[in-house]
Design a protein. Structure first.
Length: 317
């Protein structure tokens, strides 16, 4: 596989971490390391560092840089070994992502001063791809924000949960990049932070982390808003049903009373019994309604009905 020799650094790209060429370039202590077995079935990021010998520091591991939100097994991984002499990686999927232009990556690598900067350039290309995908995600988030105001239903809630799941995936992916940013100065010394490629990629990682945190806050606010609206609607429904049930209590009570089939019922012989019963029901219902209104137990319901009608009229206009 290709071996790229730049002015000050070397990048060896192999087809896979399991290929013989990849194995031949690894030091003996790493060939017996558990990382090679762990990387065959990737579920989480793997990162190891060796600082036993000054000037011979190295880091190696596997980084998940792309994840299909609909399939947990559909992911892309960067397997790498980085020392002060060489950067060794598996082959990446450049064709699947227009933001990872290999020609531009190689041009940028030509100015790199160390293998560490080569790796930071690769990570920078990956984070640039993440930023591009986050832009599309931001548009979905904005549309959802307005859907909550216009059409708040089960479908909207389901979309909120889908976006919430994707944010968790973004956070999980970017966490590996954050760890990579932190392990560089930890392993190779603070001087690496002065390099332009490290600074550029680290700033991009921080920007993605900030955006994801902000999106998470927005989604949490959406969920809170959804809960408030759902609780409010539920309370309004229960209040309305309670008031209606209370108002119809006289009708049900007198209806049950005069619906009895006893043999001796004095009201049956009344000439104006039917009219009197209607008057009693209406008057008792009116008294009960006046009592509820005086207590203020019907005002919110009436006002909300008027408010909903005014909103619909304004939307029609």
């Amino acid at each position: 596989m290709p071996k790229y020799t730049f002015k000050h650094a070397v990048w060896q790209e192999e087809e896979s971490e399991e290929e013989r060429g990849f194995m031949d370039l690894l030091p003996e202590n790493i060939l017996s390391h558990s990382w090679l077995n762990e990387s065959k079935e990737m579920t989480v990021n793997i990162l190891h560092a060796d600082t036993a010998k000054r000037g011979k520091e190295a880091i190696w591991g596997s980084l998940i840089y792309r994840q299909n939100p609909d399939d947990k097994n559909d992911l892309r991984t960067l397997h790498f070994f980085l020392s002060t002499d060489i950067l060794l990686t598996n082959k990446l999927d450049y064709d699947e992502d227009e933001d990872m232009d290999k020609k531009k990556i190689l041009q940028q690598m030509d100015e790199a001063e160390t293998p560490l900067e080569l790796l930071m350039i690769l990570l920078g290309a990956m984070t640039g791809s993440l930023l591009h995908k986050i832009d599309g995600f931001e548009e979905r988030l904005r549309n959802l924000l307005w859907e909550i105001r216009v059409q708040n239903n089960k479908q909207t809630l389901a979309e909120i949960e889908n976006i919430r799941h994707e944010i968790l995936l973004w956070k999980n992916i970017i966490l590996g990049f954050v760890e990579m940013k932190l392990v560089m100065p930890e392993t190779f010394g603070r001087n690496v932070m002065d390099g332009p490629e490290y600074y550029r990629t680290a700033a991009r990682i921080d920007r993605i982390s900030m955006l994801i945190d902000a999106y998470e806050d927005e989604v949490n606010n959406m969920v809170d808003m959804e809960n408030v609206v759902a609780n409010y609607r539920g309370n309004e429904i229960m209040k309305t049903l309670t008031v209606l049930t209370t108002l119809f209590t006289p009708v049900m009570a007198f209806g049950a009373l005069w619906g009895m089939n006893f043999e001796h019922m004095p009201e049956l012989t009344w000439t104006f019994g039917y009219l009197i019963s209607l008057i009693i029901i209406i008057v008792s219902t009116a008294i009960l309604y006046y009592y509820l209104k005086r207590k203020g137990w019907t005002g919110d319901i009436l006002q909300s009905i008027k408010k909903d009608s005014s909103i619909k009229n304004s939307q029609r206009e």
